[in-house]
Every structure is written in C-alpha cells, then in structure tokens.
Ligand binder design. Structure first.
Ligand SMILES: [Mn+2]
Length: 324
C-alpha cells in the first residue's frame, strides 16, 4: 500500500504542476469510463485547471446524462489540438482509446489510471490495480487525497462507476474496499436505488424488446457450459443505437454455464463479441486471440469476418481451456 500512496501523491503533484489537460477513456464508453473520466474532469475543474474531455464515440448513451458534466464531453473531431498533459481512464492501450490517442502528448506527460491488465506503456505515471473493481474506485483514492472537498456530484460520479462495473456489487470483482468507499460516498446525500434506476432500469421500450429477442434465441453449446446470445444483422440494423449490453450478463445467467458470449453482427462481415466467465476460463486470453481484451471474467473483441465461423473458433478456444 505504501507504493500506492506514493503514486496517488505523484499524480496529484503532476496535476498541480500541469495545465491544459486531455482527459479520455476507452471507445464504447460505459458507466465506469464516463464516471471516472468525469470525476477527473471534476477534480481539474475544482482546482482551476483547463482541460477537455474528448472520447472516440460519436454517439453517447444518454442514460448517463444525469451525471455531472455530461454536456462537457466532446466526441473526437480531426481538428488539430495540442495538450500539455493527458489523463487516461479505464483504458489499457492506445488502440482502445481510439481516435483521441492521436492527441496524446509525450509519454512523460501522460497519466494512466486503470484496472485492466496493462497492455501498452503509453504513460509515465501509472496507477494500475487489476484487483480494483473499477477505475472509479481508484479515482476515489485520489479524490479523497486531493485539496478539493468531496461533495454530492463528485460522489455520484464515483459511485455510478463502481455500481456499473460491479453489476451493483454482485460481480466477482466486488471487494471489501468497494463497500467502504460506497458507504463514504452515500454519506454525501446519494440514494443508491436512484443510481441503480438510472443505470440499470431506465431501458427504453425498444431496447427491452431486442433483449427479449436475444433471450428467446439463446443457444447452448458444450453440454451447457457455453451459452451464446446472437443478434443478426437484420436485428442490429434496428438496434444499432439501443443499449442492449445487459444481454452480455444474461449470457452467463444460466445454471451450469461457465462462459457466456454475446455476439452482435454489426455489418455483414463485422462482429462485436462480449465475453463473460464465471469459472476457470480466462476470457481476456480468449478475446486477445481475436484482437480484443479485457479482464479474466469479462472481455470483448471486434472482428472482421463471418459470425458463424467466429463463433465456432471461439467455442473451440473455450473448449481447449475447459479441458486444459
Ligand atoms: Mn472499468
């Protein structure tokens, strides 16, 4: 812990020395990505620093619009910009940043705060803890050591990311520290059920219908050890901007299943896959074989090719691990 204390201070010192920051996160930003990037933006704002929060995604999911700073998030555009420093949240590699990676200053001016296995040495300052549930739980440790006082808006950003990445404190990454942090954050006037309602129970009607289609067509493989939820192109054409991420969790919500796959055919030869594991299969290593990555129990990849052949290849990889 002594080492970690030092990196918290180094990052706070770095922030106080620098100005004109780029803040960014991974492409296809999610609750922890938005929560942690906005929580750092909040710290920069409170300490009088200039910054821009720029993400790869051109479309933002407005279920997060209740978060402080939502309207400050910009999508990448190609106009050249220079930043003195950068803080990258919840992202293990340049390639996962997407287009804003082109705006990064030199390595010695970059900070990485993340809980994914490290892939790419793009930053001189690294707060990386793969045992942390979420990047927001790491940003909390910095926030409480900073000069800015914790308040309701800041607490809401942090708790939202923790609740999102732990699946409301139910995934295997959830740990004692998350409950300690949550207890502190709630004391600033938050109601966890309201955050849960925003993050998990504010689906739009069409999204739930697509989730229903996915559930009705769930496939079972390898004697029920692998479940696949597949949305073909004709469904995805209608569902492109709908939030149906919950299907990746449902792919694992079957008794006896070890690995769940949620496969989306975005275009005829372009497929997105979410991997979930609750057993010994390391889906990070499986996803990396197909150009993706993530954590042991949750990962993803994007693949150019035919979904049927990809499914077959992935299931064969999983079978190797199950037998290994
Ligand atoms: Mn995360």
């Amino acid at each position: 812990m002594a080492d970690r204390d030092e990196i918290y201070r180094e990052i706070l010192d770095f922030i106080s020395r620098m100005d004109n920051f780029l803040v960014s996160t991974h492409l296809s930003a999610d609750g922890d990505a938005y929560g942690s990037a906005l929580a750092i933006a909040y710290l920069l704002e409170k300490t009088g620093k200039r910054y821009q929060l720029i993400i790869h995604d051109q479309e933002k999911d407005d279920k997060y619009a209740f978060l402080w700073g939502w309207d400050k998030i910009k999508s990448f555009d190609s106009a050249p910009q220079r930043f003195e420093a950068a803080i990258l949240l919840d992202v293990p590699s340049r390639s996962r940043i997407g287009d804003p990676a082109s705006l990064l200053p030199a390595r010695e001016y970059c900070v990485k705060i993340d809980h994914h296995p490290d892939e790419d040495d793009f930053a001189a300052y690294n707060l990386i803890n793969v045992k942390a549930s979420s990047t927001c739980s790491l940003v909390y440790e910095i926030a409480v050591r900073s000069a800015a006082p914790m308040d309701r808006a800041w607490a809401e950003l942090l708790l939202s990311g923790i609740m999102y990445d732990t699946g409301r404190f139910s995934f295997s990454n959830t740990n004692q520290r998350d409950f300690e942090i949550a207890a502190d954050l709630v004391s600033y006037g938050l109601f966890p059920h309201l955050i849960a309602n925003q993050l998990f129970f504010s689906n739009n009607f069409e999204s739930l219908r697509v989730i229903g289609y996915g559930l009705a067509n769930i496939e079972s493989h390898l004697d029920g050890k692998v479940c696949v939820i597949y949305l073909p192109e004709e469904i995805m054409r209608e569902a492109r901007n709908l939030d149906v991420e919950e299907l990746s969790n449902y792919s694992l919500a079957v008794k006896g299943v070890e690995v769940g796959l949620f496969v989306r055919q975005m275009e005829t030869n372009f497929v997105k896959v979410s991997f979930r594991s609750k057993g010994k299969v390391d889906v990070n290593s499986v996803a990396r074989k197909f150009g993706g990555g993530g954590h042991i129990h949750a990962a993803g990849c994007r693949y150019n090719g035919d979904p049927e052949s990809l499914k077959t290849q992935i299931i064969a990889e999983i079978q190797k691990q199950l037998e290994g």
